[in-house]
Design a protein around this ligand. Structure first.
Ligand code: GYE
Length: 370
């Protein structure tokens, strides 16, 4: 079966078509907890994924596709989430704050709702992740929340889940398959838009001219492809004076970002800008530049994620801007699961809202970073 990419042009984010967001405070039985938390929202800034105001904010700001899925269409029976064992499969090691915050958000939400949660972490090994998910199923998971490492290669798990009528919700990266057949909903950022926002920051930093390098994420997932696409298309359209002279993967790790930047400084010593497709690689790039005796701001660095350390690097002058990739998926994932279980329509793609940090707000918004 071929993948059905979500048509972002036809479904621009931030429209209130999200079945969850639109109905949460009106009609759904799950309204009580979510709406109570929504009212608390003004109470202060979100320090961590477990902060109720952060969770409520996520629900209020999300948007969804028009295409929806019900438990009847998916093939299965209604269920009560409170009595359902949920399996969560994390893809990468929890050394990256994105992963720490994502797992904490899922765990906090399960706890708040009294839902039994089984967890596994594949430590960036895709074969391990497939067997992790199979293990979660054999331990009794009746619904799966998967943060997939790769987008392809899920057939064995999809077939088994389909046979056993186990709904799958994927978060942060996409599983290539058919929505409402292979999985219920994909919850993630608009990654093309993140790339465009990063390009806008780079264009501004360089005054529209210069040589730029891209530290790519890992291959084999939609996040890397879409962050690259949004960035390169926007640069080509808006800044003909900017040349992309170097593209290499830093594998979404700090060490990778550092070693690729060390090579970059050798091959392109007069590089003007670095677009790092996540904060960990961007922080690695800062270490490499520092080691080569460069000064803060000499090379304009733009990154994606919104970790506390990256935003602190804006304050310190090393990073020009950070586009957030919001990992607080717990509220959306569990609201989607609950709505689905009670027979409601759930959007097959839910887009989480992302902040942006630069020198104008890095200091005042540091507490929102994770
Ligand atoms: O940006 C990065 C992680 O898939 C959105 O994966 C996620 C990305 C995130 O390695 O830090």
């Amino acid at each position: 079966m071929t993948a059905q990419p979500f048509d972002r042009a036809a479904n621009p984010p931030r429209r209130p078509v999200l079945v969850l967001s639109a109905l949460t405070c009106a009609a759904l039985t799950l309204a009580a907890t979510s709406c109570a938390r929504g009212e608390d929202e003004a109470a202060g800034s979100a320090q961590s994924s477990g902060d109720p105001s952060a969770q409520a904010q996520v629900l209020d700001d999300a948007a969804g596709s028009e295409e929806t899925c019900t438990v009847g269409q998916y093939g299965g029976e209604e269920f009560d989430l409170a009595d359902t064992t949920v399996g969560f499969s994390q893809s990468e090691a929890e050394s990256n704050p994105f992963r720490i915050t994502e797992t904490a958000s899922i765990e906090a939400e399960a706890e708040e709702r009294g839902v039994e949660l089984l967890t596994a972490n594949a430590q960036s090994d895709f074969a391990q992740q497939i067997s992790d998910v199979q293990g979660l199923i054999s331990q009794g998971a009746e619904l799966l929340v998967i943060a997939p490492l790769n987008s392809d290669g899920w057939e064995p798990v999809l077939a088994e889940a389909q046979r056993e009528q186990i709904p799958i919700i994927t978060i942060d990266r996409q599983i290539n398959g058919d929505p409402c057949r292979d999985y219920v909903t994909f919850i993630g950022s608009d990654f093309v838009e993140q790339g465009r926002r990063a390009a806008d920051q780079m264009i501004e930093a360089l005054g529209g001219e210069g040589k730029v390098a891209i530290l790519l994420g890992t291959a084999g997932n939609n996040v890397t492809t879409e962050r690259t696409q949004g960035f390169t298309e926007r640069i080509a359209a808006e800044a003909p004076g900017i040349e992309i002279v170097f593209e290499q993967t830093g594998e979404f790790t700090r060490e990778g970002g550092q070693s690729v930047t060390e090579q970059l400084i050798q091959s392109e010593p007069d590089i003007d800008g670095i677009y790092a497709e996540n904060d960990e690689m961007g922080i690695g790039a800062v270490t490499a530049l520092r080691g080569a005796g460069r000064e803060p701001g000499e090379v304009a660095i733009v990154t994606v994620d919104g970790t506390r350390e990256a935003v602190q690097n804006i304050v310190d002058g090393w990073i020009h801007a950070v586009i957030e990739s919001n990992p607080r998926f717990g509220p959306l994932a569990f609201d989607a699961a609950q709505a689905f279980g009670s027979g409601q329509e759930v959007a097959v793609e839910l887009v989480i809202a992302d902040r942006e940090y630069d020198e104008s707000n890095a200091e005042s918004e540091l507490s929102n970073a994770y």
